[in-house]
Design a protein around this ligand. Structure first.
Ligand code: UD1
Ligand code: UDP
Length: 369
């Protein structure tokens, strides 16, 4: 069986790690061809993950880079189609909800190759998010829908996916599988290997108890008011407890463009996965608008304050591990003040048991052998 895996953005390199490791166990029975769209290209957003996680070098790097949605996704679609025609894979494998995900889904479907979507069924119910558009469309043309949570399975059922009836590979409807979350697999595989770099080790030691924060969502960074409000909230908190903030280039550019002043926040370059896990392990709590980090906070037994109005990982809100505060300074400060009254309630199995990758590859292997 030949799988063409499409990656392009930071979280996809991490998600692909446990899946590629699992594919390797099948030796020559499954061949994985890796295509990097080049959506992320800075060393700290791309190569660092390949080297730390010993991911194989991409067989193809389209080098698409940054751009407006149409131009970026269109260039990816054109490039991926060419590789599909050349490689003739049995399956196209896509992760998450980025523009690379959408381009992979459309290219696969148009070339009549079944598409497997890992992280299917997630919904924020906010169509203003580019990621929501990407998720809905990617799910709609995928044959295999590997859902990380029960909520994501239910979302697909509510949208009628079980009733779809079309000629599609060997099924007459999409195959919905509750697989659990491959990010949990990645976390478990790496948590004992997380030796920090010297610089992060020193920053963590120098700053004592600290909060960890990341901001990169378009909905926050593309609005001057929202980004300023969030930063003012975090600046206020930093007066008493240091806030370490590995800064995404999108956010860094916007801080400069908007002329937002940083006094107390400790901005650092984006870090590798091991440094991130080390900071998660050592922080007091997390402030983020990242999808992945909301779960990794929970895996690390840390409370999360999410700088958004909604989340696709709603089960964490339901069990009190995550609080949604949007971008308002007052709500951020209030949530921070209430952290000490809150406790994490661990609920086993909501993201699977760390064997999601095994489950996913087993389903695919059985179907294609
Ligand atoms: C993308 C995904 C988002 C995901 C995030 C993970 C889409 C629509 N968005 O957002 O879902 O959460 O990746 O991090 O696919 N830039 C650099 N260097 C890079 C990459 C980007 O400087 O290596 C800058 C460029 O100015 C670029 C901006 O960051 O315009 C945004 O990059 P882009 O890939 O379009 O979106 P992300 O915000 O990274
Ligand atoms: N991450 C990282 N270094 C950073 C910021 C994030 O290794 O400086 C990891 C993080 O631990 C998680 C993933 O990147 O595994 C999340 O990616 P991101 O927040 O960019 O995207 P999202 O999950 O929101 O799509």
């Amino acid at each position: 069986m030949k799988i063409l895996t499409i990656v392009g953005a930071r979280p996809q390199f991490i998600k692909s790690y446990p899946i590629s490791k699992t594919i390797d166990k099948y030796n020559s029975e499954i061949q994985e061809v890796l295509l990097h769209t080049g959506q992320h290209y800075d060393f700290n957003l791309s190569k660092i993950f390949f080297s730390q996680l010993s991911l194989k070098e991409p067989d193809y790097n389209l080098g698409i880079g940054s751009g407006l949605h149409g131009a970026q996704s269109g260039a990816m679609l054109e490039g991926i189609e060419k590789i599909i025609l050349k490689e003739a894979p049995d399956l196209v494998l896509i992760y998450g909800d980025t523009n690379s995900t959408l381009a992979g889904a459309i290219a696969g479907a148009k070339c009549q190759i079944p598409v497997a979507h890992i992280e299917a069924g997630l919904r924020s119910f906010n169509l203003k998010m580019p990621e929501e558009v990407n998720r809905i469309l990617a799910d709609r043309v995928s044959t295999y829908l590997f859902c990380p949570t029960e909520n994501s399975v239910n979302n697909l059922k509510n949208e009628g996916f079980e009733n779809f009836n079309y000629s599609n590979f060997k099924y007459n409807k999409p195959k919905i599988v509750f697989s659990g979350d491959v990010m949990y697999d990645a976390f478990l595989l790496c948590k004992n290997k997380m030796k920090p770099s010297d610089s992060i080790y020193n920053i963590v030691k120098e700053n004592g108890p600290f909060y960890l924060s990341t901001i990169h969502r378009a909905e926050n960074t593309d609005s001057k008011e929202k980004l300023r409000d969030i930063i003012e909230g975090l600046e206020e908190i930093s007066k008493t407890i240091p806030v370490l903030c590995p800064i995404h280039p999108r956010t860094k550019n916007k801080i400069i463009e908007y002329g937002i002043k940083i006094k107390n926040l400790i901005l650092i370059e984006p870090v590798g996965y091991f440094d991130m896990l080390y900071m998660l392990d050592n922080c007091k709590a997390v402030f983020t608008d990242s999808g992945g980090l909301q779960k990794e906070a929970y895996f690390s037994n840390k409370l999360c304050i999410t700088l958004r109005e909604e989340t696709e990982w709603k089960e964490l809100v339901d069990i009190g591990a995550n609080t949604l505060v949007g971008s308002g300074k007052k709500r951020i400060l209030k949530a921070e003040a209430e952290l000490s009254n809150k406790k994490i309630k661990i609920q086993r199995g909501i993201y699977g048991n760390g064997n999601s990758s095994e489950r996913i590859i087993k389903v695919l292997h059985e179907d294609f052998s």
